[in-house]
Design a protein around this ligand. Structure first.
Ligand SMILES: [Fe+2]
Length: 517
């Protein structure tokens, strides 16, 4: 049983009548997965408060589909059990991530792009409360109607909201109150989860995937917050067991060429922006078989990479100069001025030359690739290489620890595709042909952000295991680097001679060669 939910149910069972979001009192519940509600949804009164505090009659939960059958009838026990297990796991894991944080830790906001941990916990809860409980469960009573303003992120269809740069002003509600909000919604969800109609089950699944995204954001925002503290505190105890994997020279692996299909095939969950599946044409190319390392990045720095204008995009060069960028984010100098340390969620550690370089922007990734005489992969090249690979294998976020990528393990083929670090691609985040956002507020989830951002692929050490797949498209602005971002190189094969060694613009400490073409 996940701690957060276990506490909620056991407490509820012993302190009834307690307001769990319903007019009906608590009952004794039991399911194979733990203590669960058994109140038939039809017994829950239909009068509820809307998000503005007024009362009204919500639509009946049971719906009739095109076959004339109730969606409630169509929910198989295995589906319900899987949904419950998924929901319980995701919600409980969020609680685990903040178990060691003080209210102050969870309230700080270090920059407008980041949000307090407490806000992530509440926002993900608001998502379930709004799009599932409010919209599909008659009798559900909002925990606090004011939370819609506090914890709506960007959904215009849901009305006004607190501007993101001011989320750190929310010293209240406290962390304890936010956790109470989570328990309230968790219990309400548990009481109805078996009986949700199909559209609500889809939103439940979307909510679980949404919360997994915020688990990663919570960690990256927490890291950025702690990095502003001169004491450089650590959030988690370092997991030294992650270090010690083998590393070897980078090699070029020829990619597929010609027509290939990319995009989600419709089997299982995917975000809307991953489809439709479609055909693309790939020119002859090769991908580096692993991520760029700290040692290779040091070579770029030692060759004045950050001070050589012709390596940079115009916007990137302006960004470097304006912000006086001279190293990846979170790199630290020692007493001699040497870049030999790195700050992370496990505190300050020595920079491992063989580990992948992390926390670099698209601008930096692009400049590095140009310096190396290569380029970044397109998202189609990346996906074609990842198609068929096991997306759950790699360095992911399994439990709170010192989240960090590791050295590439020895092996053949393209390594480190999943996990470790999000890989910048050269592809702008735009809609695939035929893309249609979902109707309603959740249609704002991805589509309206298709402007000025670049696609990243593969997940990271801060991504919950099982969250990503080959078609998964993350996206950030080119100057942003507080996420767990890294670099994989690519290059064209058609313009290069066969079987030649690639000579780098600098003294790269590893051997490269061009694959057969
Ligand atoms: Fe969100």
């Amino acid at each position: 049983m996940v701690p957060g939910i276990a506490r909620a149910t056991s407490k509820d069972a012993t302190t009834a009548p307690r307001d769990n979001g319903f007019e009906a009192a608590a009952n004794t519940w039991k399911t194979p997965l733990g203590t669960r509600p058994t109140v038939p949804i039809q017994e829950v009164p239909c009068v509820t408060k809307d998000r503005h505090g007024s009362t009204g009659v919500k639509p009946q939960m049971t719906t009739i589909n095109d076959n004339g059958l109730s969606d409630l009838i169509l929910a198989s026990p295995s589906d319900a059990q899987a949904q419950w297990s998924r929901f319980e796991g995701v919600r409980g894991f969020s609680s685990e991530l903040v178990a060691g944080l003080s209210d102050a830790d969870a309230s700080g906001q270090s920059m407008p792009d980041a949000s307090p941990s407490k806000w992530h916990l509440a926002h993900t809860t608001w998502f379930f409360e709004t799009f599932v409980l409010r919209d599909f469960v008659p009798g559900y009573r909002l925990f606090d109607p004011a939370f819609a303003f506090l914890y709506n992120s960007y959904y215009e269809a849901e009305g006004d909201r607190l501007a993101r740069p001011f989320r750190g002003m929310l010293t209240r509600p406290s962390l304890d109150e936010v956790l109470e909000y989570r328990r309230h919604v968790d219990i309400a969800m548990m009481r109805v989860i078996d009986d949700l109609p199909a559209p609500a089950r889809d939103l439940l699944l979307l909510g679980c995937n949404h919360e997994e995204q915020h688990q990663e954001l919570l960690l990256t925002d927490l890291l950025h917050l702690f990095a502003q503290n001169p004491l450089l505190p650590r959030a988690f105890v370092p997991n030294v067991g992650l270090i010690g994997c083998a590393t070897d020279a980078s090699r070029w692996i020829e990619g597929r060429r010609g027509p290939v299909e990319i995009g989600h095939d419709g089997r299982g969950f995917a975000f809307d922006c991953e489809g439709p599946r479609h055909m693309v044409w790939l020119a002859p190319h090769a991908l580096a078989d692993r991520l760029v390392t700290n040692r290779e990045w040091r070579a770029f720095m030692d060759d004045d990479g950050y001070r050589t204008a012709h390596l940079w995009l115009s916007d990137g060069w302006a960004w470097v100069r304006h912000n006086r960028i001279e190293a990846p984010m979170y790199w630290c100098r020692d007493e001699t001025g040497d870049w030999c340390r790195q700050f992370g969620l496990g505190g300050v550690v020595s920079l491992d030359p063989a580990c992948p370089v992390q926390h670099v922007s698209y601008y930096e990734a692009d400049a590095f690739a140009r310096w190396a005489g290569t380029r970044l992969p397109t998202e189609a090249e990346w996906e074609s290489a990842a198609d068929g690979a096991l997306a759950t294998r790699g360095v992911f976020l399994d439990y709170p620890c010192a989240v960090r990528p590791t050295r590439a393990r020895a092996g053949d083929g393209v390594r480190q595709l999943f996990g470790d670090l999000w890989e910048w691609t050269a592809s702008p985040f735009v809609a695939y042909a035929g893309f249609r956002p979902a109707p309603g507020a959740v249609g704002e989830y991805n589509g309206k952000f298709m402007s000025g951002q670049f696609v990243l692929r593969g997940g990271s050490c801060a991504t919950p295991r099982g969250h990503v797949r080959a078609s998964y498209r993350n996206f950030f602005y080119p100057h942003q680097r507080w996420q767990f971002t890294g670099v994989r190189l690519a290059k064209d094969l058609s313009c290069l001679p066969m079987n030649t060694h690639w000579i780098c613009a600098s003294s790269m400490p590893i051997r490269h060669f061009v694959a057969m073409c």
